[in-house]
Write a protein that binds this ligand. Sequence first.
Ligand code: AKG
Length: 218
Amino acid sequence: MSRLFDPPPLTVAPGAVHVPGWLDEEAQWSLARACARWVAAAGGARRPVVRGGAVMSVGIACLGWHWSPYRYTRTRVDGDGGTAPPLPEDLAALARRAVGETLGPAASAVFEPDVALVNEYGPRSRMGMHADREERADAPVVSLSLGDTAIFRFGNASGRARPWVDVELRSGDLFVFGGPSRRAYHGVPKVLPGTGPAGLELRVSRVNVTVRQTGLPD
Ligand SMILES: O=C(O)CCC(=O)C(=O)O
């Protein structure tokens, strides 16, 4: 569902900024098409098996590096063994611009993203509370959302428990978290089916792309 006017950017916690409607309809369409290509190039969206043996309800395709619980490798060690396709330069540039517009030019100047995770959600998919800790670098995480609205739970760096803030991430929204919020726990307890814009033609309910800097050597 589109809004006539998007609310202004909101600092949810120090270093964590939500920008509603950052991508316009055309940019969402382009990113959605690109995501479909990237997922295919990455051998599809796999559902990783997490600690304890549970299978994630979110499908993940990786660019630049391959993420599997709980490390990065160049090849899909928990899948078909193929090499992760390179991080597309236009996606890296988009992420740099996102950091510049939220955290400022100094943060953007040192941001060297080298990995993106394309997360595919079905209407009942969830992502448990976790902190993104596999990256050695303290650089920010850039998150872009497409399709159905998700409830994004943004917590604190001490653990999975409260306090947290529930943010509605709609199609086109940007969320950047860095600085003191970089290791904050976060998750997606709910997707709201049927809330995405008509005509985006996603093959799933929601797509989220996170762009990060691993800090790992080439
Ligand atoms: O789908 C989202 O909005 C969050 C994704 C996420 O938490 C992650 O990729 O680590």
